[in-house]
Write a protein that binds this ligand. Structure first.
Ligand code: F6R
Length: 608
Protein backbone atom coordinates (compact mmCIF):
# COMPACT_ATOMS: atom_id res chain seq x y z
CA UNK A 1 0.00 0.00 0.00
CA UNK A 2 1.15 3.61 0.34
CA UNK A 3 4.86 4.25 0.66
CA UNK A 4 6.45 7.04 2.68
CA UNK A 5 9.94 8.45 2.40
CA UNK A 6 11.67 11.42 3.97
CA UNK A 7 15.17 12.82 4.00
CA UNK A 8 17.36 15.42 5.60
CA UNK A 9 21.07 15.67 4.87
CA UNK A 10 23.59 16.91 2.38
CA UNK A 11 22.44 14.94 -0.66
CA UNK A 12 20.06 16.10 -3.37
CA UNK A 13 16.78 15.51 -1.55
CA UNK A 14 14.65 15.06 -4.68
CA UNK A 15 16.93 12.29 -5.89
CA UNK A 16 16.93 10.51 -2.55
CA UNK A 17 13.14 10.73 -2.30
CA UNK A 18 12.54 9.54 -5.87
CA UNK A 19 15.00 6.72 -5.39
CA UNK A 20 13.30 5.70 -2.15
CA UNK A 21 9.87 5.82 -3.76
CA UNK A 22 11.11 3.60 -6.56
CA UNK A 23 12.27 1.05 -3.99
CA UNK A 24 8.80 1.14 -2.43
CA UNK A 25 7.00 0.72 -5.76
CA UNK A 26 6.45 -2.95 -4.91
CA UNK A 27 3.96 -1.94 -2.25
CA UNK A 28 1.52 -0.91 -4.99
CA UNK A 29 0.41 2.64 -5.79
CA UNK A 30 -1.49 4.76 -8.25
CA UNK A 31 -0.04 8.24 -7.66
CA UNK A 32 3.06 9.83 -6.24
CA UNK A 33 4.46 13.10 -4.98
CA UNK A 34 7.22 14.88 -3.12
CA UNK A 35 7.59 18.10 -1.13
CA UNK A 36 11.07 19.58 -0.75
CA UNK A 37 12.31 22.76 0.90
CA UNK A 38 13.87 24.94 -1.77
CA UNK A 39 15.35 28.10 -0.30
CA UNK A 40 12.98 27.91 2.67
CA UNK A 41 9.92 27.50 0.45
CA UNK A 42 8.20 24.14 0.22
CA UNK A 43 7.95 23.06 -3.39
CA UNK A 44 5.48 20.25 -4.04
CA UNK A 45 5.27 18.13 -7.18
CA UNK A 46 2.66 15.38 -7.35
CA UNK A 47 0.73 13.47 -9.92
CA UNK A 48 -1.62 10.64 -10.61
CA UNK A 49 0.14 7.64 -12.16
CA UNK A 50 3.48 5.95 -11.85
CA UNK A 51 6.89 7.37 -11.03
CA UNK A 52 7.58 7.86 -14.75
CA UNK A 53 4.79 10.47 -14.68
CA UNK A 54 6.47 12.07 -11.71
CA UNK A 55 9.79 12.20 -13.54
CA UNK A 56 8.08 13.90 -16.50
CA UNK A 57 6.41 16.38 -14.20
CA UNK A 58 9.70 17.10 -12.46
CA UNK A 59 11.17 17.92 -15.86
CA UNK A 60 8.34 20.22 -16.91
CA UNK A 61 7.70 21.90 -13.55
CA UNK A 62 11.35 21.95 -12.46
CA UNK A 63 13.02 19.66 -10.02
CA UNK A 64 13.06 21.06 -6.47
CA UNK A 65 16.62 21.48 -5.27
CA UNK A 66 17.09 21.16 -1.56
CA UNK A 67 18.16 18.91 1.26
CA UNK A 68 15.05 18.31 3.30
CA UNK A 69 11.72 16.83 2.25
CA UNK A 70 9.12 14.07 2.21
CA UNK A 71 7.63 11.86 -0.50
CA UNK A 72 4.80 9.42 -1.01
CA UNK A 73 3.30 6.78 -3.25
CA UNK A 74 -0.46 6.56 -2.79
CA UNK A 75 -2.73 3.55 -3.12
CA UNK A 76 -6.17 5.15 -3.31
CA UNK A 77 -8.64 4.44 -0.51
CA UNK A 78 -10.57 7.70 0.06
CA UNK A 79 -11.01 9.45 -3.28
CA UNK A 80 -9.98 8.38 -6.75
CA UNK A 81 -6.36 8.42 -7.91
CA UNK A 82 -5.88 12.04 -9.08
CA UNK A 83 -3.35 14.86 -8.90
CA UNK A 84 -5.37 16.58 -6.18
CA UNK A 85 -5.77 13.48 -4.03
CA UNK A 86 -2.08 12.60 -4.33
CA UNK A 87 0.17 13.33 -1.38
CA UNK A 88 1.85 15.44 -0.03
CA UNK A 89 -1.09 17.42 1.35
CA UNK A 90 -0.65 20.92 2.64
CA UNK A 91 -2.81 23.20 4.62
CA UNK A 92 -1.61 26.40 6.16
CA UNK A 93 1.82 25.87 7.56
CA UNK A 94 2.03 22.11 7.46
CA UNK A 95 2.73 19.58 4.72
CA UNK A 96 2.29 15.85 5.29
CA UNK A 97 2.42 12.43 3.71
CA UNK A 98 0.21 9.76 5.25
CA UNK A 99 -0.09 6.00 5.09
CA UNK A 100 -3.08 4.30 6.75
CA UNK A 101 -6.71 5.21 7.31
CA UNK A 102 -8.09 7.95 9.55
CA UNK A 103 -11.35 6.38 10.64
CA UNK A 104 -12.86 9.51 12.23
CA UNK A 105 -11.92 11.83 9.37
CA UNK A 106 -15.54 12.87 8.70
CA UNK A 107 -16.01 14.18 12.26
CA UNK A 108 -12.61 15.87 12.15
CA UNK A 109 -13.43 17.43 8.80
CA UNK A 110 -16.69 18.87 10.17
CA UNK A 111 -14.86 20.29 13.15
CA UNK A 112 -12.14 21.84 11.01
CA UNK A 113 -14.61 23.19 8.47
CA UNK A 114 -16.35 25.04 11.31
CA UNK A 115 -12.97 26.50 12.21
CA UNK A 116 -12.67 27.86 8.68
CA UNK A 117 -10.48 25.25 7.02
CA UNK A 118 -11.20 24.59 3.36
CA UNK A 119 -10.47 21.17 1.88
CA UNK A 120 -9.35 20.59 -1.65
CA UNK A 121 -9.05 16.81 -1.80
CA UNK A 122 -11.37 13.90 -1.06
CA UNK A 123 -8.80 12.20 1.14
CA UNK A 124 -8.89 11.37 4.81
CA UNK A 125 -5.24 12.45 4.93
CA UNK A 126 -5.86 16.15 4.30
CA UNK A 127 -7.62 16.45 7.67
CA UNK A 128 -4.33 15.53 9.33
CA UNK A 129 -2.56 18.46 7.67
CA UNK A 130 -5.37 20.79 8.78
CA UNK A 131 -5.49 19.44 12.30
CA UNK A 132 -1.73 19.84 12.64
CA UNK A 133 -2.07 23.42 11.45
CA UNK A 134 -4.90 23.99 13.92
CA UNK A 135 -2.76 22.79 16.82
CA UNK A 136 0.25 24.70 15.58
CA UNK A 137 -1.10 27.89 17.14
CA UNK A 138 1.95 28.22 19.38
CA UNK A 139 4.34 27.36 16.58
CA UNK A 140 5.55 24.33 18.44
CA UNK A 141 5.70 21.40 15.99
CA UNK A 142 6.07 18.73 18.69
CA UNK A 143 3.06 20.02 20.62
CA UNK A 144 1.03 20.20 17.40
CA UNK A 145 1.84 16.55 16.61
CA UNK A 146 1.06 15.39 20.16
CA UNK A 147 -2.31 17.16 20.18
CA UNK A 148 -3.13 15.90 16.69
CA UNK A 149 -2.39 12.22 17.24
CA UNK A 150 -4.53 12.30 20.38
CA UNK A 151 -7.51 12.98 18.12
CA UNK A 152 -6.77 10.52 15.33
CA UNK A 153 -8.58 7.19 15.23
CA UNK A 154 -7.33 4.52 12.88
CA UNK A 155 -3.87 3.82 11.59
CA UNK A 156 -1.22 6.19 10.41
CA UNK A 157 2.38 6.69 9.49
CA UNK A 158 3.06 10.37 8.94
CA UNK A 159 5.96 12.29 7.48
CA UNK A 160 5.58 15.96 8.39
CA UNK A 161 7.34 19.21 7.51
CA UNK A 162 6.53 22.63 8.93
CA UNK A 163 6.90 25.73 6.78
CA UNK A 164 8.73 27.55 9.59
CA UNK A 165 11.35 24.82 10.04
CA UNK A 166 13.09 24.17 6.74
CA UNK A 167 15.71 22.03 8.43
CA UNK A 168 13.51 19.45 10.12
CA UNK A 169 11.49 16.37 9.24
CA UNK A 170 9.07 14.99 11.81
CA UNK A 171 7.43 11.58 11.69
CA UNK A 172 5.11 9.49 13.81
CA UNK A 173 3.19 6.26 13.43
CA UNK A 174 0.48 4.03 14.82
CA UNK A 175 -0.27 0.59 13.39
CA UNK A 176 1.33 1.49 10.06
CA UNK A 177 4.98 0.80 9.37
CA UNK A 178 7.56 3.57 9.51
CA UNK A 179 11.27 3.08 9.93
CA UNK A 180 13.97 5.65 10.56
CA UNK A 181 17.28 5.32 8.69
CA UNK A 182 20.40 6.62 10.45
CA UNK A 183 23.22 7.77 8.19
CA UNK A 184 26.36 9.86 8.77
CA UNK A 185 24.96 13.33 9.29
CA UNK A 186 21.82 12.42 7.38
CA UNK A 187 18.52 10.79 8.31
CA UNK A 188 15.78 9.02 6.43
CA UNK A 189 12.28 7.75 6.98
CA UNK A 190 10.75 4.95 4.95
CA UNK A 191 7.82 2.56 5.02
CA UNK A 192 10.36 -0.20 4.59
CA UNK A 193 14.13 -0.58 4.81
CA UNK A 194 14.79 -0.85 1.03
CA UNK A 195 13.71 2.83 0.78
CA UNK A 196 17.08 3.88 2.24
CA UNK A 197 19.17 0.70 2.19
CA UNK A 198 21.40 2.17 -0.51
CA UNK A 199 22.54 4.85 1.95
CA UNK A 200 22.51 3.11 5.31
CA UNK A 201 21.81 -0.22 6.96
CA UNK A 202 21.28 1.33 10.39
CA UNK A 203 17.69 1.76 11.37
CA UNK A 204 15.39 2.52 14.29
CA UNK A 205 11.86 1.23 14.74
CA UNK A 206 9.36 3.77 15.97
CA UNK A 207 6.82 2.48 18.46
CA UNK A 208 3.13 3.38 18.28
CA UNK A 209 2.66 7.14 18.73
CA UNK A 210 6.36 7.81 19.16
CA UNK A 211 7.55 10.91 17.39
CA UNK A 212 10.89 11.49 15.71
CA UNK A 213 12.38 14.86 14.92
CA UNK A 214 15.39 14.86 12.64
CA UNK A 215 17.56 17.72 11.48
CA UNK A 216 20.85 17.52 9.65
CA UNK A 217 22.89 17.27 12.84
CA UNK A 218 20.70 15.48 15.28
CA UNK A 219 17.79 13.14 15.81
CA UNK A 220 15.46 12.99 18.82
CA UNK A 221 12.60 10.73 19.78
CA UNK A 222 9.63 11.54 21.99
CA UNK A 223 6.72 9.68 23.48
CA UNK A 224 3.12 10.79 23.22
CA UNK A 225 3.60 13.12 26.21
CA UNK A 226 6.58 14.82 24.60
CA UNK A 227 9.10 13.16 26.89
CA UNK A 228 12.40 12.08 25.32
CA UNK A 229 12.73 8.38 24.48
CA UNK A 230 15.96 6.41 23.99
CA UNK A 231 15.87 4.22 20.88
CA UNK A 232 18.05 1.32 19.90
CA UNK A 233 19.76 1.33 16.50
CA UNK A 234 19.57 -2.00 14.65
CA UNK A 235 21.51 -3.10 11.58
CA UNK A 236 19.60 -4.49 8.60
CA UNK A 237 20.63 -7.98 7.52
CA UNK A 238 19.59 -7.30 3.95
CA UNK A 239 22.07 -5.98 1.46
CA UNK A 240 21.43 -3.84 -1.57
CA UNK A 241 21.73 -6.76 -4.05
CA UNK A 242 18.94 -8.61 -2.27
CA UNK A 243 16.65 -5.67 -2.92
CA UNK A 244 17.66 -5.40 -6.61
CA UNK A 245 16.84 -7.38 -9.72
CA UNK A 246 20.44 -8.56 -10.27
CA UNK A 247 20.05 -9.12 -14.00
CA UNK A 248 16.64 -10.82 -13.89
CA UNK A 249 13.97 -9.15 -16.00
CA UNK A 250 11.59 -9.11 -13.03
CA UNK A 251 11.79 -9.38 -9.27
CA UNK A 252 9.29 -12.22 -9.40
CA UNK A 253 11.57 -14.38 -11.52
CA UNK A 254 14.52 -13.56 -9.29
CA UNK A 255 12.53 -14.46 -6.21
CA UNK A 256 11.37 -17.75 -7.72
CA UNK A 257 15.03 -18.57 -8.39
CA UNK A 258 15.99 -17.72 -4.82
CA UNK A 259 13.73 -20.41 -3.39
CA UNK A 260 16.21 -23.29 -3.11
CA UNK A 261 18.55 -21.04 -1.16
CA UNK A 262 15.96 -19.53 1.17
CA UNK A 263 14.33 -22.88 1.90
CA UNK A 264 17.81 -24.12 2.79
CA UNK A 265 18.26 -21.10 5.09
CA UNK A 266 14.98 -21.91 6.82
CA UNK A 267 16.16 -25.47 7.42
CA UNK A 268 19.52 -24.29 8.70
CA UNK A 269 17.93 -21.88 11.13
CA UNK A 270 15.41 -24.32 12.63
CA UNK A 271 17.12 -27.71 12.44
CA UNK A 272 19.57 -28.70 15.16
CA UNK A 273 21.27 -32.08 15.30
CA UNK A 274 19.10 -33.32 12.45
CA UNK A 275 15.73 -32.40 13.98
CA UNK A 276 13.60 -29.25 14.13
CA UNK A 277 14.01 -27.44 17.41
CA UNK A 278 11.91 -24.42 18.38
CA UNK A 279 12.57 -24.51 22.11
CA UNK A 280 14.52 -21.24 21.94
CA UNK A 281 11.40 -19.32 20.99
CA UNK A 282 9.28 -21.06 23.62
CA UNK A 283 7.66 -23.62 21.32
CA UNK A 284 8.63 -26.51 23.57
CA UNK A 285 7.66 -30.17 23.42
CA UNK A 286 5.72 -29.75 26.66
CA UNK A 287 3.65 -26.98 25.18
CA UNK A 288 3.06 -28.85 21.92
CA UNK A 289 2.08 -32.01 23.74
CA UNK A 290 -0.72 -30.25 25.58
CA UNK A 291 -2.06 -27.98 22.86
CA UNK A 292 -5.78 -28.63 22.30
CA UNK A 293 -6.37 -27.14 18.88
CA UNK A 294 -4.41 -25.18 16.34
CA UNK A 295 -5.68 -22.32 14.21
CA UNK A 296 -3.76 -20.95 11.28
CA UNK A 297 -4.94 -17.44 10.48
CA UNK A 298 -3.67 -15.45 7.51
CA UNK A 299 -4.64 -13.84 4.22
CA UNK A 300 -4.18 -14.83 0.57
CA UNK A 301 -1.07 -16.81 -0.23
CA UNK A 302 -0.01 -16.95 3.41
CA UNK A 303 -3.38 -18.54 4.20
CA UNK A 304 -2.83 -21.11 1.47
CA UNK A 305 0.54 -21.90 3.02
CA UNK A 306 -1.46 -22.49 6.19
CA UNK A 307 -3.58 -25.04 4.34
CA UNK A 308 -0.50 -27.06 3.44
CA UNK A 309 0.54 -26.80 7.09
CA UNK A 310 -2.86 -28.02 8.19
CA UNK A 311 -2.69 -31.15 6.07
CA UNK A 312 0.81 -31.88 7.36
CA UNK A 313 0.06 -31.25 11.06
CA UNK A 314 -3.19 -33.20 11.05
CA UNK A 315 -1.69 -36.09 9.13
CA UNK A 316 1.37 -36.42 11.34
CA UNK A 317 0.34 -35.14 14.74
CA UNK A 318 -3.42 -35.80 14.79
CA UNK A 319 -4.20 -32.40 16.31
CA UNK A 320 -7.23 -30.61 14.86
CA UNK A 321 -6.17 -27.62 12.75
CA UNK A 322 -8.50 -24.97 11.40
CA UNK A 323 -7.35 -22.58 8.70
CA UNK A 324 -9.14 -19.24 8.73
CA UNK A 325 -9.12 -16.20 6.49
CA UNK A 326 -8.02 -13.43 8.85
CA UNK A 327 -10.66 -10.94 7.69
CA UNK A 328 -13.36 -13.46 8.65
CA UNK A 329 -11.73 -14.77 11.80
CA UNK A 330 -11.51 -11.39 13.46
CA UNK A 331 -15.25 -10.75 13.14
CA UNK A 332 -16.63 -14.26 13.65
CA UNK A 333 -16.48 -14.21 17.43
CA UNK A 334 -14.13 -17.19 17.19
CA UNK A 335 -14.24 -19.99 19.71
CA UNK A 336 -10.59 -19.76 20.66
CA UNK A 337 -8.99 -19.60 24.06
CA UNK A 338 -6.68 -21.10 26.61
CA UNK A 339 -5.00 -24.29 25.47
CA UNK A 340 -5.22 -23.29 21.80
CA UNK A 341 -2.37 -22.23 19.58
CA UNK A 342 -3.04 -19.57 16.95
CA UNK A 343 -0.42 -19.44 14.22
CA UNK A 344 -0.48 -16.24 12.18
CA UNK A 345 1.40 -16.37 8.90
CA UNK A 346 2.46 -13.25 7.04
CA UNK A 347 5.19 -12.18 4.67
CA UNK A 348 5.00 -8.48 5.47
CA UNK A 349 4.02 -8.82 9.10
CA UNK A 350 1.84 -5.75 8.64
CA UNK A 351 -1.37 -7.15 7.14
CA UNK A 352 -4.18 -5.39 9.01
CA UNK A 353 -6.57 -8.35 9.33
CA UNK A 354 -3.85 -10.79 10.34
CA UNK A 355 -2.57 -8.35 12.92
CA UNK A 356 -6.04 -7.80 14.35
CA UNK A 357 -6.58 -11.58 14.48
CA UNK A 358 -3.36 -11.95 16.41
CA UNK A 359 -4.43 -9.32 18.92
CA UNK A 360 -7.86 -10.91 19.29
CA UNK A 361 -6.38 -14.37 19.84
CA UNK A 362 -4.10 -13.03 22.54
CA UNK A 363 -6.99 -11.28 24.23
CA UNK A 364 -8.99 -14.52 24.18
CA UNK A 365 -6.19 -16.33 25.99
CA UNK A 366 -4.69 -18.41 23.17
CA UNK A 367 -0.94 -18.73 22.72
CA UNK A 368 0.19 -17.09 19.52
CA UNK A 369 2.97 -17.95 17.12
CA UNK A 370 3.89 -15.66 14.21
CA UNK A 371 5.59 -17.00 11.10
CA UNK A 372 6.74 -13.79 9.49
CA UNK A 373 9.31 -12.68 6.94
CA UNK A 374 9.87 -9.11 8.12
CA UNK A 375 11.56 -9.31 11.50
CA UNK A 376 10.83 -5.80 12.60
CA UNK A 377 7.14 -5.87 11.66
CA UNK A 378 4.24 -5.39 14.04
CA UNK A 379 3.04 -9.01 13.79
CA UNK A 380 6.51 -10.41 14.43
CA UNK A 381 6.84 -8.23 17.49
CA UNK A 382 3.31 -8.75 18.74
CA UNK A 383 3.12 -12.55 18.99
CA UNK A 384 4.08 -14.67 22.00
CA UNK A 385 6.46 -16.67 19.80
CA UNK A 386 8.04 -15.76 16.49
CA UNK A 387 9.60 -17.82 13.71
CA UNK A 388 11.45 -15.74 11.19
CA UNK A 389 11.20 -16.95 7.59
CA UNK A 390 14.55 -15.92 6.12
CA UNK A 391 13.28 -15.30 2.59
CA UNK A 392 14.88 -11.84 2.41
CA UNK A 393 13.08 -8.89 0.83
CA UNK A 394 10.19 -9.97 -1.35
CA UNK A 395 9.67 -7.11 -3.76
CA UNK A 396 7.36 -8.59 -6.43
CA UNK A 397 3.74 -8.13 -5.43
CA UNK A 398 2.95 -11.81 -5.95
CA UNK A 399 4.37 -13.82 -3.11
CA UNK A 400 6.64 -16.72 -4.13
CA UNK A 401 9.68 -17.35 -1.98
CA UNK A 402 7.92 -16.24 1.21
CA UNK A 403 5.24 -18.86 0.51
CA UNK A 404 7.66 -21.77 0.08
CA UNK A 405 9.57 -20.77 3.19
CA UNK A 406 6.31 -20.48 5.16
CA UNK A 407 5.45 -24.01 4.05
CA UNK A 408 8.90 -25.22 5.06
CA UNK A 409 8.47 -23.70 8.53
CA UNK A 410 5.05 -25.32 8.87
CA UNK A 411 6.43 -28.75 7.89
CA UNK A 412 9.11 -28.43 10.54
CA UNK A 413 6.48 -27.48 13.12
CA UNK A 414 4.33 -30.44 12.03
CA UNK A 415 7.26 -32.83 12.46
CA UNK A 416 8.09 -31.50 15.90
CA UNK A 417 4.51 -31.48 17.16
CA UNK A 418 4.08 -35.05 15.98
CA UNK A 419 7.23 -36.05 17.84
CA UNK A 420 6.17 -34.16 20.98
CA UNK A 421 2.81 -35.95 20.96
CA UNK A 422 4.32 -39.32 20.29
CA UNK A 423 2.66 -39.92 16.94
CA UNK A 424 6.11 -40.29 15.37
CA UNK A 425 9.33 -41.47 17.02
CA UNK A 426 12.76 -39.87 16.91
CA UNK A 427 13.87 -42.01 14.00
CA UNK A 428 10.89 -40.88 11.92
CA UNK A 429 11.47 -37.29 13.01
CA UNK A 430 15.03 -37.51 11.69
CA UNK A 431 13.95 -39.23 8.51
CA UNK A 432 11.30 -36.61 7.71
CA UNK A 433 13.70 -33.77 8.46
CA UNK A 434 16.31 -35.32 6.18
CA UNK A 435 13.66 -35.76 3.47
CA UNK A 436 12.81 -32.08 3.72
CA UNK A 437 16.50 -31.41 3.20
CA UNK A 438 15.97 -32.64 -0.38
CA UNK A 439 13.43 -29.90 -1.10
CA UNK A 440 15.93 -27.23 -2.26
CA UNK A 441 17.22 -29.60 -4.96
CA UNK A 442 13.69 -30.56 -6.00
CA UNK A 443 12.80 -26.88 -6.39
CA UNK A 444 16.01 -26.25 -8.31
CA UNK A 445 15.21 -29.09 -10.70
CA UNK A 446 11.89 -27.49 -11.55
CA UNK A 447 13.51 -24.12 -12.07
CA UNK A 448 16.08 -25.72 -14.38
CA UNK A 449 13.16 -27.18 -16.28
CA UNK A 450 11.52 -23.82 -16.78
CA UNK A 451 11.17 -24.29 -20.55
CA UNK A 452 8.34 -26.72 -19.90
CA UNK A 453 6.57 -24.15 -17.74
CA UNK A 454 7.13 -21.61 -20.49
CA UNK A 455 5.54 -23.97 -23.00
CA UNK A 456 2.50 -24.48 -20.76
CA UNK A 457 2.25 -20.69 -20.45
CA UNK A 458 2.19 -20.42 -24.25
CA UNK A 459 -0.88 -22.69 -24.22
CA UNK A 460 -2.65 -20.54 -21.62
CA UNK A 461 -1.90 -17.13 -22.98
CA UNK A 462 -5.20 -16.66 -24.81
CA UNK A 463 -7.43 -18.36 -22.25
CA UNK A 464 -10.25 -16.34 -20.74
CA UNK A 465 -11.11 -18.83 -18.03
CA UNK A 466 -9.39 -21.79 -16.52
CA UNK A 467 -9.57 -24.19 -13.64
CA UNK A 468 -7.21 -25.88 -11.23
CA UNK A 469 -8.20 -29.13 -9.58
CA UNK A 470 -6.54 -31.35 -7.00
CA UNK A 471 -7.13 -33.27 -3.80
CA UNK A 472 -5.54 -32.90 -0.35
CA UNK A 473 -2.16 -31.21 -0.61
CA UNK A 474 -2.81 -30.85 -4.34
CA UNK A 475 -5.99 -28.92 -3.57
CA UNK A 476 -4.06 -26.50 -1.35
CA UNK A 477 -1.56 -26.08 -4.20
CA UNK A 478 -4.36 -25.59 -6.72
CA UNK A 479 -5.74 -22.71 -4.67
CA UNK A 480 -2.34 -21.04 -4.56
CA UNK A 481 -1.57 -21.76 -8.24
CA UNK A 482 -4.90 -20.28 -9.23
CA UNK A 483 -4.41 -17.17 -7.10
CA UNK A 484 -0.92 -16.64 -8.51
CA UNK A 485 -2.14 -17.01 -12.05
CA UNK A 486 -5.14 -14.72 -11.76
CA UNK A 487 -3.35 -11.96 -9.90
CA UNK A 488 -0.60 -11.51 -12.48
CA UNK A 489 -2.26 -12.63 -15.75
CA UNK A 490 -5.81 -11.28 -15.23
CA UNK A 491 -7.18 -14.58 -16.55
CA UNK A 492 -10.23 -15.69 -14.63
CA UNK A 493 -9.26 -18.83 -12.76
CA UNK A 494 -10.88 -20.98 -10.10
CA UNK A 495 -9.49 -23.77 -8.01
CA UNK A 496 -11.62 -26.70 -6.91
CA UNK A 497 -11.23 -29.73 -4.76
CA UNK A 498 -11.25 -32.22 -7.63
CA UNK A 499 -14.19 -34.18 -6.21
CA UNK A 500 -16.26 -31.02 -5.74
CA UNK A 501 -16.31 -29.86 -9.34
CA UNK A 502 -19.17 -32.08 -10.36
CA UNK A 503 -21.42 -30.54 -7.72
CA UNK A 504 -22.24 -27.62 -9.97
CA UNK A 505 -19.18 -26.02 -11.48
CA UNK A 506 -18.61 -28.71 -14.08
CA UNK A 507 -21.35 -26.99 -16.10
CA UNK A 508 -18.73 -24.36 -16.95
CA UNK A 509 -16.46 -26.90 -18.61
CA UNK A 510 -16.58 -26.42 -22.35
CA UNK A 511 -14.45 -27.19 -25.33
CA UNK A 512 -10.74 -26.34 -24.88
CA UNK A 513 -11.06 -24.76 -21.46
CA UNK A 514 -7.72 -25.36 -19.70
CA UNK A 515 -7.90 -27.45 -16.54
CA UNK A 516 -4.64 -27.69 -14.65
CA UNK A 517 -4.80 -30.93 -12.70
CA UNK A 518 -2.39 -31.21 -9.81
CA UNK A 519 -1.98 -34.96 -9.31
CA UNK A 520 1.04 -35.63 -7.14
CA UNK A 521 -0.55 -37.46 -4.19
CA UNK A 522 -0.52 -41.20 -4.66
CA UNK A 523 -3.19 -41.88 -1.99
CA UNK A 524 -5.82 -40.01 -3.99
CA UNK A 525 -4.28 -40.27 -7.44
CA UNK A 526 -6.86 -42.65 -8.88
CA UNK A 527 -9.67 -40.38 -7.67
CA UNK A 528 -8.03 -37.26 -9.07
CA UNK A 529 -7.49 -38.99 -12.40
CA UNK A 530 -11.13 -39.94 -12.65
CA UNK A 531 -12.14 -36.32 -11.92
CA UNK A 532 -9.70 -35.20 -14.59
CA UNK A 533 -11.25 -37.64 -17.05
CA UNK A 534 -14.71 -36.31 -16.25
CA UNK A 535 -13.68 -32.86 -17.44
CA UNK A 536 -11.62 -34.19 -20.32
CA UNK A 537 -14.64 -36.00 -21.69
CA UNK A 538 -16.48 -32.65 -21.65
CA UNK A 539 -13.85 -31.05 -23.85
CA UNK A 540 -11.33 -29.64 -21.34
CA UNK A 541 -7.69 -29.10 -22.30
CA UNK A 542 -5.82 -30.98 -19.58
CA UNK A 543 -2.47 -29.95 -18.18
CA UNK A 544 -1.37 -32.48 -15.59
CA UNK A 545 1.29 -31.80 -12.97
CA UNK A 546 2.41 -35.14 -11.63
CA UNK A 547 5.37 -37.32 -10.70
CA UNK A 548 7.40 -38.66 -13.58
CA UNK A 549 5.96 -41.91 -14.82
CA UNK A 550 2.41 -41.37 -13.58
CA UNK A 551 0.18 -43.52 -15.73
CA UNK A 552 -2.86 -41.91 -17.31
CA UNK A 553 -5.22 -43.48 -19.80
CA UNK A 554 -4.28 -42.58 -23.38
CA UNK A 555 -5.55 -39.19 -24.57
CA UNK A 556 -6.73 -38.08 -21.15
CA UNK A 557 -3.91 -35.55 -20.82
CA UNK A 558 -2.89 -32.88 -23.35
CA UNK A 559 0.30 -31.70 -21.65
CA UNK A 560 2.06 -33.09 -18.64
CA UNK A 561 4.66 -31.48 -16.42
CA UNK A 562 6.49 -34.28 -14.67
CA UNK A 563 8.29 -33.82 -11.37
CA UNK A 564 11.45 -35.84 -10.90
CA UNK A 565 11.90 -36.00 -7.19
CA UNK A 566 12.74 -38.27 -4.32
CA UNK A 567 10.52 -36.22 -2.04
CA UNK A 568 7.66 -38.07 -0.48
CA UNK A 569 4.13 -37.00 -1.31
CA UNK A 570 3.61 -34.78 1.71
CA UNK A 571 6.61 -32.62 0.76
CA UNK A 572 6.02 -32.42 -2.95
CA UNK A 573 4.07 -29.12 -2.62
CA UNK A 574 7.45 -27.35 -2.51
CA UNK A 575 8.57 -28.14 -6.09
CA UNK A 576 4.95 -28.06 -7.28
CA UNK A 577 4.63 -24.51 -5.99
CA UNK A 578 7.67 -23.46 -8.01
CA UNK A 579 6.17 -25.00 -11.16
CA UNK A 580 2.87 -23.17 -10.67
CA UNK A 581 4.69 -19.89 -9.99
CA UNK A 582 6.70 -20.23 -13.19
CA UNK A 583 3.58 -21.02 -15.23
CA UNK A 584 1.88 -17.90 -13.85
CA UNK A 585 5.00 -15.80 -14.38
CA UNK A 586 5.52 -16.76 -18.03
CA UNK A 587 1.82 -16.43 -18.84
CA UNK A 588 1.89 -12.92 -17.41
CA UNK A 589 4.95 -11.95 -19.45
CA UNK A 590 3.47 -13.45 -22.64
CA UNK A 591 0.32 -11.40 -22.08
CA UNK A 592 2.44 -8.25 -21.89
CA UNK A 593 1.78 -7.63 -18.20
CA UNK A 594 4.41 -6.56 -15.71
CA UNK A 595 4.22 -9.46 -13.20
CA UNK A 596 5.94 -7.38 -10.54
CA UNK A 597 3.24 -4.76 -10.46
CA UNK A 598 -0.17 -6.25 -11.19
CA UNK A 599 -3.04 -3.78 -11.36
CA UNK A 600 -5.05 -2.86 -8.27
CA UNK A 601 -2.82 -4.83 -5.93
CA UNK A 602 -0.70 -3.74 -3.03
CA UNK A 603 2.12 -5.74 -1.51
CA UNK A 604 1.43 -4.87 2.04
CA UNK A 605 -2.28 -4.62 2.89
CA UNK A 606 -2.40 -2.36 5.90
CA UNK A 607 -6.11 -1.57 5.65
CA UNK A 608 -9.03 -3.97 6.17
C1 F6R B 1 -0.54 -13.09 -3.34
C2 F6R B 1 -0.14 -12.36 -2.16
C3 F6R B 1 -1.17 -12.01 -1.15
C4 F6R B 1 -0.57 -12.03 0.26
C5 F6R B 1 -1.59 -11.50 1.28
C6 F6R B 1 -1.06 -11.57 2.68
O1 F6R B 1 0.55 -13.37 -4.14
O2 F6R B 1 0.99 -11.99 -2.01
O3 F6R B 1 -2.29 -12.83 -1.23
O4 F6R B 1 -0.19 -13.33 0.56
O5 F6R B 1 -1.91 -10.18 0.97
O6 F6R B 1 0.09 -10.79 2.83
P1 F6R B 1 1.11 -11.02 3.99
O7 F6R B 1 1.73 -12.37 3.77
O8 F6R B 1 2.10 -9.92 3.87
O9 F6R B 1 0.33 -11.01 5.26
Amino acid sequence: MCGIVGYIGARDCTEVLMDGLEKLEYRGYDSAGIAVFENDIIKTVKTRGKLEEMQKKLQTEGKPTGHCGIGHTRWATHGEPSDINSHPHSNGRVTIVHNGIIENYIQLKEFLTEKGYVFTSQTDSEVVACLLDYYYAERDPLRAIIETVKELEGSYALGIIFRDFPDRVYATRKESPLIVGIGQGEYFIGSDIPAFLKYTKNYVLLGDDEIVCMNGQDISYFDVHGLPVEKEVSVAEWDVEQAQKCGYPHYMLKEIHEQPEVVRKMLNSAVKDGVPDFSEIGLTDDFMRDVKRIFVVACGTAMYAGMVGRYAIERLARVPVTVEVASEFRYMNPIVGEGDLVIVVSQSGETADTKASLELSKALGAKTLAIVNVKYSAIARGADMFIHTPAGPEIAVASTKAYTVQITALYLIAFRIAFARGTIDEEELKRLTAQLGNAPKAIKDIINNKDECQFIASQLVNAENLFFIGRGFDYALSLEGSLKLKEITYIHSEAYAAGELKHGTISLIEDKIPVITVATQSEVLAKTISNMEEVKSRGAFIIAICRRGTVFSPESVDIRLELDTVLEDMLIPLPTAAALQLIAYYTSVLRGIDPDKPRNLAKSVTTE
